[in-house]
Design a protein around this ligand. Structure first.
Ligand code: IPE
Ligand code: IPE
Ligand code: MG
Length: 255
């Protein structure tokens, strides 16, 4: 099949080529503010509609058989925004967990939260703990919510934890390898993302999964996050399926 014919085929290139779908998709959900501005609406309305897009993305991830979906909800740098917007975003997270937790649980979804918990209001911390505790035994999709998350901050915390173990005498510096570092990160036990999607047209990482994305495939989409729907998600996965991942080696496809 020619490249062009493959591109227009409705089903996934992965399946056609007999290759794997992504196990872990991570999304930088960007463009809520611009979506609202385009419509003359307050930024809050963009964030509110953004939560709807998260619900759609969770459903689609489940339908596609993706095992891990990470959503970047609030970065360690987002505190730089006006107090009202920060408070709106905190309110939306609380509402999302309160409103959706029972349904996520009923759908066998396991929730994991990554990011710095300290510095968050105690009611939010309790909710995040509750979401993880309630769903910890679930075996379906793992929904990873990156909240108050920064990739560099996560690495710094991990380095501190390892340094403490060295100081206590329970870790020999010579034994520190990539697995040791990976296990000290918030994402321990979660495979690295295969695919990172960013909406809104920006083409940057913004401190997201710094360690974990070493060999991820990136798909940048022009649409704003509130417009992200099943078709957009599927097209990004399809784009991923056409990529040739080499991990520094030689192409498997070329044979
Ligand atoms: C993404 O949309 C949501 C968060 C970062 C919390 P933005 O709020 O960044 O929207 P833009 O980028 O200003 O359009
Ligand atoms: C990244 O978006 C953070 C989230 C999506 C939560 P930003 O809108 O904060 O990123 P920058 O500031 O444009 O890099
Ligand atoms: Mg933005």
């Amino acid at each position: 099949m020619s490249g062009e014919a493959k591109r227009s085929a409705p089903s996934f290139a992965c399946k056609e080529a007999g290759e794997g779908m992504p196990t872990h998709v991570a999304i930088i959900m960007d463009g809520n503010g611009r979506w609202a501005a385009q419509r003359g609406l307050p930024r809050f309305e963009g964030h509110r509609r953004g939560v709807e897009a998260i619900r759609r993305a969770v459903r689609t991830a489940g339908d596609l058989g993706i095992r891990y979906l990470t959503v970047y909800s609030f970065s360690a740098e987002n505190w730089r925004r006006p107090a009202q917007e920060v408070s709106d975003l905190m309110g939306l997270l609380k509402r999302f967990v309160r409103h959706d937790l029972a349904e996520l649980h009923a759908n066998n979804i396991r929730v994991r939260i990554i990011g710095e918990r300290e510095g968050l209001a105690s009611d939010i911390r309790l909710l995040l703990d509750e979401a993880e505790q309630l769903t910890r035994g679930n075996t379906g999709l793992t929904l990873v919510i990156a909240f108050n998350y920064g990739g560099r901050q996560e690495i710094v915390s991990a380095m501190r934890a390892l340094a403490r173990r060295v100081q206590e005498g329970t870790l020999d510096p010579a034994d520190i390898d990539m697995d040791t570092v990976g296990a000290a990160l918030d994402t321990h036990g979660i495979p690295d993302p295969d695919l990172v999607i960013r909406t809104s047209g920006e083409q940057r990482v913004s401190n997201f999964l710094t360690w974990q994305t070493a060999y991820a495939e990136f798909v940048f989409l022009p649409c704003f996050w509130p417009d992200f729907d099943e078709a957009t998600f599927r097209s990004a996965v399809d784009e991923y399926c056409r990529r040739d991942r080499r991990f520094g080696g030689l192409s498997v496809r070329a044979g």
